[in-house]
Design a protein around this ligand. Structure first.
Ligand code: ADP
Ligand code: ADP
Ligand code: MG
Length: 449
């Protein structure tokens, strides 16, 4: 069925709000942006066709406030809602309410959101789709006895993980029985505080893995295509800092198997719109499924740069037509791309810092794209994620990207607040990084004291 989308409400902030706005403008779709008092002076607010303040800085009173957002959408005769990432993007209740009010939620169906929200449960679905998973629990742990019993079977070290977790939070390494007894209630509490649920599960810890993920798109009727892989191993606090596409150091055969697994899982779920299947791999190229992120991903630009496909536009097209705008054979990848997340935090301690950006100069030139909502004089609010800019570099091959990235990061000037640019430059200069010898412990192994 064809849906007429003339006006989209963007329920997000920062760089991703701007990214969605840009796609709307190019598609001649009107944009309505909802924003909090803390974001009144932000660039997306200036560029949106209509911007409506919906509440104070506290996300539960603004960006997570269903009733305010639905009221604005209804009063302003909006056709669809784009939730971006974080906030309401993976919230099945919100997606359902949108449906009830005749609004198209640009994302998966509420059913898929429910299935994928619980990371323990989705391991089960993966297993049934013959997608490899690590030893662990496929349903949440009942209690500490259950945890101790399971740990005996899978062995230490292992991870306790929040079933409803995300953004790298609610994950803790456990090396012994004693630690399990000690950490079990702590992770439960942390999980409840961050995600409103104390459900936790257990997974074998893979030492020094690489994080590799697959961008998929589905039509909701069982047809799924992929846009290749992204390598996201450079992380701190289980959160990505540098991503690239394609993936270095994985054989073409293994990569093909991994991508097929992701597509199979998408088909099994009758997945609709954009999603990302995350995996970790060991040094032999064995891969294990971690989770599905049922939304656009922060690092989507590296896929855009190597496929030439605008991922946000494709999300909107699928919402308009309930069909995939292209077939797998039409997806072609060429060249290499990397994304560097420039965040307002201390390079060594990773402690976020808010404050006024006195001056900013972003790099440009061949191969350089900057997705950012900040400007000279912008005050970084303390209430939200510390992401300031995504520096996206594109070149013919990995070597060329590394060369362009170094000069671009050196050009990048942000004064007045601390950023992680020194850390990103240190990584770029490291011979192991340049060789593509990376894993999720890279920073601890080579960079941090
Ligand atoms: P990606 O997997 O796209 O790289 P991140 O893990 O960096 O995403 O998270 C993207 C953004 O969404 C961050 O601002 C993060 O804090 C937020 N986020 C991710 N998952 C959740 C969640 N379950 N609840 C709240 N915020 C989340
Ligand atoms: P989130 O939902 O917070 O994104 P994930 O399950 O995707 O959590 O894991 C985030 C990161 O934590 C991974 O990219 C990886 O670096 C690390 N990680 C998660 N599970 C494991 C595991 N079983 N073994 C080793 N590292 C893991
Ligand atoms: Mg993840």
């Amino acid at each position: 069925m064809k849906h007429n989308i003339r006006r989209i409400l963007i329920a997000n902030r920062g760089e991703i709000a701007l990214r969605i706005l840009r796609a709307c403008k190019e598609m001649e779709i009107e944009s309505v942006l909802v924003y909090s008092e803390a974001d009144a002076d932000s660039i997306p607010v200036k560029f949106a066709d209509i911007a409506v303040c919906i509440g104070p800085a506290n996300p539960s009173l603004s960006y997570l406030n269903f009733s305010q957002i639905i009221t604005v959408a209804t009063l302003l005769d909006v056709d669809a809602v784009h939730p971006g990432y974080g906030f309401l993007s993976e919230n099945a209740t919100f997606a359902n309410i949108c449906q009830d009010y005749g609004l198209i939620f640009i994302g998966p169906t509420p059913e898929s959101l429910i299935h994928c929200a619980n990371k323990a449960h989705v391991r089960n679905i993966a297993k049934n789709a013959k997608v490899p998973i690590l030893p662990g629990t496929e349903e949440p742990l009942k209690d500490i006895q259950d945890a101790l019993r399971t740990a005996e079977i899978i062995g230490y070290p292992l991870l306790l993980k929040a079933s409803m977790g995300g953004g790298g939070r609610g994950i803790r390494r456990v090396d012994s029985k004693q630690q399990l007894t000690e950490f079990f209630p702590i992770v439960q509490r942390e999980s409840f505080a961050s995600f409103g649920s104390d459900e936790i599960y257990m997974e074998k810890l893979l030492l020094h893995p690489r994080h590799i993920e697959v961008q998929i798109f589905g039509d909701g009727k069982g047809n799924v295509i992929h846009l290749g892989t992204r390598e996201c191993s450079i992380q701190r606090k289980h959160q990505k800092l540098i991503e690239e596409s394609p993936t270095c150091g994985l054989s073409k055969e293994k990569e093909a198997l991994l991508v097929q697994s992701a597509v199979r899982l998408g088909e099994k779920l009758q997945y609709k719109n954009a999603g990302t299947c995350e995996f970790i791999t060991d040094d032999k190229g064995h891969f294990y499924f971690l989770e599905i992120n049922t939304r656009i991903q922060v690092e989507h630009p590296v896929t855009e740069e190597t496929t030439g496909i605008d991922i946000v536009k494709m999300q909107i097209q699928i919402a308009q037509t309930d069909a995939l705008p292209m077939q797998q054979s039409e997806v072609k990848q060429s060249g290499w791309a990397m994304e560097f997340r420039i965040v307002a935090e201390n390079s060594k301690t990773f402690i976020p810092c808010a404050g006024c950006i006195e001056f900013v100069h972003f790099p440009a030139g061949r191969g350089v794209r900057v997705d950012s909502h900040v400007y000279s004089g912008y005050v970084v609010p303390s209430s939200y994620d510390s992401l300031l800019a995504k520096l996206i570099i594109r070149g013919a091959n990995r070597q060329e990207v590394l060369t362009i990235a170094k000069r671009a990061l050196q050009e990048c000037t942000i004064l007045g607040i601390q950023t992680n640019i020194p850390l990103l430059l240190e990584v770029l200069d490291h011979p192991e990084y340049q060789q593509g010898n990376i894993n999720t412990s890279f920073l601890e192994q080579y960079i941090l004291p």
